[in-house]
Every structure is written in C-alpha cells, then in structure tokens.
Design a protein around this ligand. Structure first.
Ligand code: NDP
Length: 287
C-alpha cells in the first residue's frame, strides 16, 4: 500500500523556534514569559521545565513562579496582577490543572488578554471568533501552521474537526473557517461519525480516545491532523507508549498527509507558546 507523507512537527517546530530566536535577537528589548506553577504535580513540573528551557534557548527571559500547593486564591490572583503590571513580562501562563481548592476560571480571567499567551481568556476567544487580532491557543495555532505549510490554499476544502473543547476543537474550527474551509464540528453526539469523517479533505482529531479514528473513516488522499496524546499499555508489560486519536498505521495507508504521534502536533505547542510571546511583546512594546 501507498503510505501517506508524514508531516514532521518536530522538524517544523525546531525551524519555527530558530526563526523566533533570529527575530528576538534583532529586537531592542527582550521578550519575557512568566510561567506560574502551583503545587508539585510531576507532569506539570516537566512541562514547565521544558517551557522554561525553550524560552531561554530562543533568547527570551523566563520568569518561573513556583508556589506551594496550599497557595490561596487571593495570593495567586495578586501574583497574576503583579505580572500584568510588570513591563518585563509580555506573556503569562498559568500551568493547569490547578490544585482543587483554586478556581482556575477566575485566575484565567485575571490575566491581561494582551499577555494571555495560552489564548484562554474569554476576550481572546471572542477576538478569534470575530476575526480580530488576538492570541490564539497554542495547540490550534500549531495545527494551522502545519496545515498552511502543506496546503497553502485551503479554500473550499471540507474540514471536519472531531472534538469541540474550548482549548482545542473550537479554536481549530475557527482557524479553518478563516482559511475558507467548509467546517463541520463533530463531537460525542454526532450521528454516523465515520461517514462524516469520510467527507473530510482535512480531518482533525482532538478527542482524547486512543486510536478511535480508523483507516476506513478517511477519504483517500485526505490530510489528517492528530491532536490526541494518549498513554496506553505498551508491548512490554509495565511499559506505556503514546498513541494519538487516529489509528496511525491504517490511516497512513489511506491519507495523503498525516501527523504522527509523537512528533506531529505535540512539539508545535511550546513553539507556538514562544511565537505568541513574541507576538504579545511586539504589540505591547509597539504601543
Ligand atoms: P476534551 O476532553 O476537553 O474534549 C474532547 C472532545 O472530544 C469533546 O468535545 C468530546 O465531545 C469529544 N469526544 C469524546 N469522545 C468522543 C467520541 N467517542 N466520539 C466523538 N467525539 C468524542 O479534550 P481536549 O480537547 O482538551 O483534548 C483532546 C485531545 O488532544 C486529548 O487527547 C489531549 O491529550 C490532546 N491534547 C494535545 C495537546 C498537544 O498536542 N500539545 C494539547 C491539548 C490537548 P463532547 O463535547 O460531546 O463531550
């Protein structure tokens, strides 16, 4: 069988970070990203450490704020407000999930929309929906950059987005609409999902169900973007492996272009966080 061409997100994101570093080097100021971590969730610690490392690598300032698990809502809000007012900080990211006693919605709402590099505030969701300049959530931005690179003109293509979360599915659908795709959003209540997926020239899976999208759900030659990151038992007992929301081997036998997991959308997320920080810095400093 003919195999789909692989969209290499690892290489693409490395290239994107190099471009960001080159642009940062030419700025008369240093963009700064503040990352707030509350508590000691091991996975969150790893993410935050990776973000800080890559931030410094592109020449930006990284401000890490590690707060104890018992931090109060008031103290966390006070920190966010200090960061909003700090001219050295152009991007603010509060690592989620927060400990249960804290109200994440209220904390996100406190972030200045112009520093909201995760694109999580209602203001940035509204800007995206209205087609106004704002800050777009990092993973959706990564998906659209990978697509733009391979499909410079998406006009009139049928795009199906499976998953409708505020963080992933909805913003991806908005971005595809901006690219003049005919967009259908699917979710857990969608009828005959396989048949709907077979209409897609661009199929985006952002579901959180390991290998749910099968090979016979895919239109021959379609472009498949797999956002899913699912940890499942591996071949060796006691070991786990990462799989996407798409059954990769069978999908790659039908699709024209496909993102692998790992190494597809995943590496784009931090690169897009840095890109958003650069975007935010240029807008804030340009005032
Ligand atoms: P959510 O759980 O918030 O949303 C999942 C969506 O999928 C919901 O809209 C849900 O529908 C839909 N869904 C669930 N089951 C089915 C089904 N059987 N058939 C059709 N639709 C279904 O997840 P996220 O959007 O946050 O994340 C999606 C995936 O992307 C996850 O695997 C996550 O790990 C990954 N991810 C990867 C990132 C990266 O690459 N860096 C970043 C963020 C997420 P309904 O609304 O009806 O419940």
């Amino acid at each position: 069988t003919e195999l789909a061409e692989i969209i290499n997100g690892k290489a693409f994101s490395a290239n994107l970070r190099a471009q960001i570093a080159a642009e940062v080097a030419g700025l008369p100021y240093q963009p700064g990203l503040a990352v707030v971590l509350v508590g000691d969730d091991p996975a969150s610690k790893v993410y935050v450490a990776n973000k800080a490392k890559q931030t410094v690598e592109v020449g930006m300032a990284s401000f890490e704020h590690k707060l104890p698990a018992e931090t109060t809502q008031e103290d966390l809000l006070a920190l966010v407000r200090r960061l909003n007012a700090d001219p050295k900080v152009h991007g603010i990211l509060v690592q989620l999930p927060l400990p249960k006693h804290l109200n994440a919605d209220e904390v996100i709402a406190a972030i200045s929309p112009d520093k909201d590099v995760d694109g999580l505030t209602v203001v940035n969701a509204g800007r995206l929906a209205a087609g106004l300049p704002g800050l777009v959530p990092c993973t959706p931005l990564g998906c659209i950059l990978l697509l733009e690179d391979r499909l410079p003109d998406m006009t009139g293509l049928n795009a199906v987005v499976v998953g409708r979360s505020n963080l992933v599915g909805k913003p991806i659908a908005q971005l595809l609409l901006q690219k003049n795709c005919t967009v259908t959003m699917a979710h857990s209540r969608t009828k005959d999902l396989p048949a709907l997926c077979r209409t897609a020239d661009i199929l985006v899976a952002a579901v959180g169900q390991p290998e749910m999208v099968k090979g016979d759900w895919i239109k021959p030659g379609a472009t498949v973007i797999d956002v899913g990151i699912n940890r499942v038992p591996g071949a060796v007992e006691g070991k786990t492996k990462l799989v996407g929301d798409v059954a990769y081997q069978e999908a790659a036998a039908v699709a024209g272009l496909i993102t692998p997991v790992p190494g597809g959308v995943g590496p784009m997320t931090i690169a897009c966080l840095l890109r958003n920080t650069l975007t935010a810095a240029k807008r804030l400093e340009g005032r």
